[in-house]
Write a protein that binds this ligand. Structure first.
Ligand SMILES: CSC[C@H]1O[C@H](OP(=O)(O)O)[C@H](O)[C@@H]1O
Length: 341
């Protein structure tokens, strides 16, 4: 299935990444042929979002194999390079899973690894369309087949995946059914994935939206302006506890207080059955500089300290339903990934 916005693709000679640090002002691509450049791109969120990181990890092994052939790497050097890709960001389980899925095929040659990596990409796009259908069906059944007012946090659109999107994939499916009234997109400090990326996607798709401060979300929800919230995920534990962009937990708490559905949309590749619960999900701590300055301009006193966790964990009890490519898991009713698999 051909993806729409293609944030990540294989050109035949390189891993091509849409540079998401430049959006929405500029649409520019980076052709990656070097492991150091890929690790940098992952760490700087040139490529980001759990499913997209899974594809980047899988295709990253091809980059490493080809660089190793060019530069005459021994097995230990190659293995260390692949491990650097795998460990470039800790929370999204998809990155490590994408690397692990293909690295064992290296003994069969680069073409075998590439074929499996491209399968990861295609499976993601197909799965996202299924998530969109299941999520739209669930919301229309639960809330009525009427135009809905939804709230999103961060970016779980085509840009965070190999195409179509997960949480935004549900929004897009509802939009094709004329069932979107408006979307409240949290700007998502500090890197503004909501205002820079989600708004960019919604704008292109002609879906009505407001960008709002993350701190406005609870009031928007509790004042009755939202019918449901839907977000992506970076790692879902066996009991359904879910790590997602920092600020997600606050949205879930507000939805619980308001009595409206809080949905997580994610493929099974984001579920990590070896992680028993949210306490065991590693949370990426990012640079204080992302908090202390707004680009070149400092926004804090000299010497200020900053606490910058990139994710938080929403307990399963606050998640109404987890929408996967195989259908909804009603976590609030005690269904869990561990039991469903
Ligand atoms: C479809 S998963 C998207 C998920 O990843 C984002 O994190 P980041 O932008 O730091 O890669 C955020 O948690 C999104 O919900």
């Amino acid at each position: 299935m051909t993806p729409d916005i293609a944030p990540i693709e294989w050109t035949g000679d390189s891993l091509r990444l849409l540079d998401q640090t430049l959006l929405p002002a500029r649409v520019e691509y980076r052709d990656i042929t070097d492991v150091d450049d890929l690790v940098d791109a992952i760490k700087r969120l040139v490529v980001r979002g759990a499913p997209a990181l899974g594809v980047a990890g899988a295709l990253g092994v091809v980059v490493a194999l080809r660089q190793g052939e060019r530069e005459g790497w021994d097995a230990a050097t190659l293995d260390a390079a692949i491990t650097r890709i795998r460990e470039a960001r800790p929370t999204a389980v998809n990155l490590a899973a994408g690397v692990d899925r293909v690295r064992s095929l290296a003994e069969k040659g680069t073409d075998a690894v590439l074929a499996e990596a491209l399968a990861v990409l295609d499976e993601d796009v197909q799965g996202n369309h299924a998530i969109g259908r299941h999520g739209a069906d669930w919301l229309s059944t639960r809330l009525g087949a009427k135009p809905l007012r939804l709230l999103t946090h961060c970016n779980a659109g085509a840009l965070a995946t190999a195409g179509w999107g997960t949480a935004l994939g549900v929004v897009r499916e509802l939009h094709t059914r004329n069932l979107i009234d408006t979307v409240y997109a949290n700007e998502t400090r500090p890197l503004l994935q909501g205002s820079r990326l989600t708004a960019w996607e919604l704008h292109q798709l002609g879906i009505p939206y407001y960008v709002q401060p993350d701190s406005a979300a609870a009031g928007t929800i509790l004042r009755g302006h939202v019918d449901a919230a839907i977000v992506g995920a970076d790692r879902i534990a066996a009991n359904g506890d879910t790590a997602n962009k920092v600020g997600t937990l606050a949205v879930a708490l507000a939805c619980a207080a308001a009595g409206i559905p809080f949905l997580v949309a994610a493929p099974w590749s984001t579920i990590d059955l070896s992680t028993p619960d949210g306490e065991h999900i590693p949370i990426e701590q990012r640079s204080p500089a992302e908090i202390l300055a707004n680009g070149p301009a400092s926004v804090t006193p000299e010497g200020a300290r900053a606490h910058n966790p990139a994710f938080d964990v929403t307990p399963a009890r606050l998640i109404t339903a987890l929408i996967t490519e195989t259908g909804p898991l009603i976590l609030a009713d005690g269904q869990t990934p561990a039991r469903a698999r």
